[in-house]
Structures are given as structure tokens and as C-alpha cells.
Design a protein around this ligand. Sequence first.
Ligand code: MLT
Length: 307
Amino acid sequence: MFKVKTFNQISVKGLERFPRAEYEVGSDINHPEGILLRSHKLHNEVLPESVLCVARAGAGVNNIPLEDYTKRGIVVFNTPGANANAVKELVLAGLLLGSRGVLTGIEYVQSLTHLKDAAEMGKLLEAEKKRFAGKELYGSTLGVVGLGAIGSMVAEMALALGMKVVGYDPALSVEAAWRLPSRVERMENLQSLLSRADYVTLHVPALEATTGLINHDTLKSIKPGARLLNFARDAIVDSTSVVESLNADQGLGMYICDFPEPQLLERKDVIAMPHIGASTAEAEENCAIMAADQLMEFLQNGNIKNS
Ligand code: MLT
């Protein structure tokens, strides 16, 4: 029987989705064999000896000390794709925030809350409307960096919006390349993508090879006025170079991300929000269920399922 120690009601509810598991909730487990976590950092020193596997309910594994765990022979799972749709939908929000005067328009309306007269408000709004005019996404070009589970969904969505899509992924697997819509034009390098795209969205993991991928040098190739979206990982973008490019005449037009940093705040050309790409009820449930399934499959049958 699986004994499960849970910390909240959501995970207890999720367990009902596993009819083949018998479980006892809330029992004290002194020698856990599997651990499922989301964003906690579980340092090697505090991980019980009995642990055989750890599953992260999410795509990135930056909160897991992989090297230490690997040395101990602990199998680590993540849940690629389980929250891809949620991230894709936030990219849609990012694209719209970057193309239309939504935020500035709302900010202006809120600045009028002191007015009591609707006609006066209407007059002001009409007079100022031009300030919030935007540009349509239809017909513009989206550059997708990283064409895995999230990037390929984003590419499909952009095509459906009537955008042209260029993509770059040096580590693209043959299967992923087959799945990619043929209308996605593959670029040979990041520079070619940056010079073509009106909007650039990043969907690569934080690895040594991707740390600072967007930096002073790569930003030299950016199409003037392009909007850069980063809902992936903060380490991929060197934010000092972003600020430099935003300040330059022919540089970036806007940076939209879910990694706020002091030097980015108070800029009109930065839209920063908390790291909420995967924060939907559906994505959290999908990730939790996939991670629980991976742990059970491994502990019961010795199978490693990482998709
Ligand atoms: C992920 O890695 O799954 C997402 O970035 C969500 C998160 O870590 O909170």
C-alpha cells in the first residue's frame, strides 16, 4: 500500500484520480521512498536515506540539486508538457500587452476615478484615445526560441493568430521536429531569428548553455523596436543588456517578463509580473497527477516515465 503524507487538501483531492493506488493519507512516514515537490528546495543533506526518487511537479528542475541526487542514485522526474498550455496562454497575454495599449489605457482610466461626471470622463477618454493605439499581431513575425513542448504550442497558437513564425532550437529532437507545423520557418542561429522577429519569446530551460543567451552581443541583432518575452527562466536573459538595448535607438522596444528586478521596474517599456506562467488550477493539477504517476510507476514497477 502507498502511504502518502500530504501537506494540503489539493494533493489529497488529486489522489482520488489514482484508482489503482491504495493510500492512507496523513500517516507518518519515517522512511519515504518517493518525494513529490513543486518549488521547494530539498537540499541533499536533509533528504532521507530511504528516498529512491523525486518528482518535480513542473518543467524546470532548478530547485533540485541534480548532481548530488545523481551521485546518490536517486531518480529525478519532471513533468514536461503538463503545464505547457498555461504558459502558452500567458504568452498570448504577453503578446497582447506588448502590442496594444491595454495597460496604459487602464492606467489612464484609473487616473480619472476622481471624476464624478460621466460626460466629462467620456470627453477626456475620446480626446486621449490616440495615445493608446496599438498594432495588430496578425501579419507580424514571432520568433520562438526553443521548440519543445511549450515553444511548439506557442508556435501553433501564433500561426492561428495569423502571425508568421520563425523558430530556433539547436537541441531539437527528431520527433519534436516532425511535430512542428511546416509553416514554422527554422532559423540556423539565434542572430537570424532576432533580426527577423517583431516579437521574440523564449522557451528554453536554464542550463549552462542557455545562461545569458540574450546578452549584449546577441541583442545587437535584434530587430529595432522588437518586443522580447521571457516567461521561461530569468537566467536566460542578462537584464543589464536588456536595459542597455531598451535605451538604445535601434534596440529592443519592450521587455515583457515574469521575473521582475529592481532595475526593470518603473520603466514604461518593461511589463513585469510574478512568475505565473504555470499558475493555473489546471496546470497545477496536471503536473501533480503526472508527477504522482511517475513516482508510482517507478516504485511499483521500476518503470521510468518522463513524459
Ligand atoms: C515550470 O518550471 O514548470 C514553470 O516555470 C513553473 C514554475 O516553476 O513555477
